[in-house]
Design a binder for this molecule. Structure first.
Ligand code: F0G
Length: 433
C-alpha cells in the first residue's frame, strides 16, 4: 500500500485507509500515524530535486512544505492550498549563544511563516487532506496559533473555519488573526484540554474535519521543518535540535522526519532532541523524569504566560516519548522568569519571538549549565512563533509590569522602558546624552 493510517501503539499497529476520516485507532484508541512509502530515488537525486525546486516559479515548488512532497502522503495539485509556507531562515545568534554558554547557536525561525508560526507547515497539509476528502468545514481547538493558521488556509481554500479558544487565555494578536481571516470563533469557558475533548465529540457528530495536531496530516507537513533545516545546512546534521513542547505534535513530527531521512540515506545519524516545557505546564517533563515510569498524569490546571504551550494533557505524548528515547533526547523545563529573560535576549539579537519559542533558549542555558549540552556543540533551536504574536507580554516585561500566574512580578532583567518626554529640545537632548 503506497500510503496508510497506522496505529502508533506497538501492540496494535492496525492499518486504516489513508482517506478514512478517523483521528484515533478504531481498535485501541491509540494515536494514528500517516505512513507513505518513501521514494526509491537515491539520496543525491532527492537532494538535487529539492534544491532545484527553489529556483522554480511554480507555487507548489515555492512552498517550503510541498517542495519536499516526496516525504508527504500523495495529493493531486488541485487539493493543495499554499500561502508559500516554510522557507524559514537559519539565523546565527552570537549574543544568545553567549547567554546560553555556547560557542555558537542557530535559530530556525518558524515565525517567518505566512501566519507567523510553524503551524502553517502542518496546516497546508491538513487542509489538503480536507479538500481531498471533500470537506467543507474544518475546526480546531487552539491556544491561538493553530487557529490563526487554520483560519488563513481555510479562507484561502474556500472552506468554513470553526475555531474554539479558551476564553481569556490567548493573545489578542492571535485572536485578531482568526477574526481577520473570517473564521467563526467561539471562546469557551474551559481550558484547552477540556475544549479539545468537547470538540472531538462534536466533530464526529457534525461531520466537521478536525485539524488539531492529533490529525496525522498536520504532523506530516511539520516534518518538512526538519527537511528544510537540513537542506539549508547542506545535510550536515547538528548535535542537538531543541524545540518547545506543548501538545507535543512538533517533536513527534521532528522525530519521524529524522527517522525517514535517515532511512532514505539523506543523513547518517539522528541528532539528539530536546523538548522544553514551561514550568507550570510540564506534565511531559514530570512523566519523563519520574523515578518510575507509571501512567501519564495530566496537569489539571496548567499555567504559564507562554500561553501557546499552556497545555496540561498533551495528546501526542506517546509519540513524543518514542522520538525522545529514539534520539537520546532530553526534556527540560523553564520558569516564567527564565523564559521572559531568554525572550528578551533573542530580541536583542534582532531576531525576536513569542514567549513559548523562548523556552528553547532558557532550556538550552540550563542544559549547558548541567553539562548535558557541551559548550562546543552544534545546536539548532526552533523558534516557533513571531515576535508580534504577543506584544502585550513584551510591553509589560520591558516596563516592569509582567506578572507570573502566581502573581509574582517578573524582573525586567533586560528591560527597555520607553521614555516619555516633553516637547522641549533641551530635555530631549539631555535624555539622549
Ligand atoms: N510554540 C508555539 C508558538 C505554539 O503555538 C505551540 C503550540 C507550541 C510551541 C507547542 O507545539 O503543541 O506541537 O508541542 N500551539 C498549539 C496551538 C497548541 O493551538 O496553537 P506542540
Amino acid at each position: 500500500m503506497p500510503a496508510a493510517l497506522v496505529c502508533f501503539n506497538p501492540a496494535c499497529r492496525t492499518q486504516f485507509g489513508i482517506d478514512e476520516v478517523i483521528y484515533a485507532c478504531a481498535r485501541c484508541g491509540g494515536l494514528l500515524e500517516a505512513r507513505t512509502e518513501l521514494p526509491h530515488d537515491h539520496a543525491a537525486t532527492l537532494e538535487f530535486t529539492w534544491r532545484n525546486r527553489r529556483t522554480s516559479n511554480h507555487p507548489i515548488d515555492q512552498s517550503g512544505v510541498w517542495r519536499y512532497r516526496e516525504l508527504l502522503p500523495p495529493f493531486a495539485p488541485v487539493h493543495i492550498t499554499t500561502l508559500r509556507e516554510g522557507q524559514t531562515p537559519l539565523l546565527t545568534a552570537p549574543r544568545a549563544a553567549e547567554y546560553a554558554g555556547l560557542d555558537a547557536l542557530t535559530f530556525k525561525h518558524q515565525g517567518f511563516n505566512p501566519t507567523g508560526s510553524f503551524k502553517d507547515n502542518g496546516m497546508t497539509c491538513g487542509v489538503a487532506q480536507a479538500r481531498k476528502l471533500g470537506m467543507t468545514r474544518v475546526a480546531c481547538v487552539s491556544t491561538g496559533n493553530t487557529s490563526a493558521s487554520m483560519a488563513a488556509y481555510a479562507a484561502a481554500a474556500g472552506m468554513e473555519a470553526l475555531i474554539f479558544l479558551p476564553h481569556g487565555n490567548i493573545s489578542y494578536g492571535k485572536l485578531a488573526q482568526a477574526l481577520e481571516y473570517g473564521a467563526r470563533t467561539f471562546q469557551v469557558e474551559a481550558n484547552f484540554d477540556r475544549i479539545l475533548a468537547l470538540v472531538r465529540t462534536l466533530a464526529q457528530r457534525l461531520g466537521i474535519y478536525l485539524l488539531n495536531s492529533i490529525n496525522p496530516f498536520r504532523i506530516e507537513g511539520q516534518k518538512t521543518i526538519i527537511a528544510e533545516l537540513l537542506d539549508y545546512r547542506d545535510w550536515s546534521v547538528p548535535d542537538w535540535i531543541v524545540v518547545p513542547g506543548g501538545n507535543l505534535g512538533n517533536i513527534s513530527a521532528f522525530g519521524k522526519a529524522l527517522r525517514e531521512l535517515r532511512d532514505l540515506g539523506m543523513i547518517a545519524r539522528i541528532p539528539r532532541l530536546a523538548v522544553i516545557q514551561a514550568y507550570g505546564s510540564s506534565p511531559f517533563y514530570e512523566y519523563m523524569h519520574a523515578a518510575e515510569r507509571g501512567s501519564f498524569i495530566p496537569e489539571e490546571s496548567p499555567e504559564t504566560l507562554a500561553t501557546a504551550i499552556r497545555i496540561g494533557d498533551p495528546v501526542s505524548w506517546p509519540k513524543a516519548q518514542f522520538e525522545i528515547e529514539n534520539a537520546g533526547g532530553v526534556v527540560e523545563r523553564a520558569t516564567e522568569q527564565e523564559i521572559a529573560d531568554a525572550k528578551a535576549v533573542i530580541g536583542l539579537c534582532g531576531i525576536g519571538c513569542e514567549p513559548a519559542s523562548a523556552a528553547t533558549l532558557a532550556g538550552i542555558r540550563k542544559l549547558v549549565a548541567a553539562g548535558v549540552i557541551a559548550r562546543d556543540a552544534d545546536v539548532v533551536a526552533v523558534l516557533t512563533g513571531n515576535v508580534l504574536k504577543d506584544s502585550d507580554y513584551i510591553y509589560r516585561y520591558h516596563t516592569g509590569q509582567l506578572k507570573a500566574p502566581d502573581g509574582g512580578l517578573i524582573h525586567p532583567t533586560f528591560g527597555n522602558k520607553p521614555i516619555v518626554l516633553p516637547d522641549d529640545a533641551d530635555q530631549v537632548m539631555r535624555a539622549i546624552l
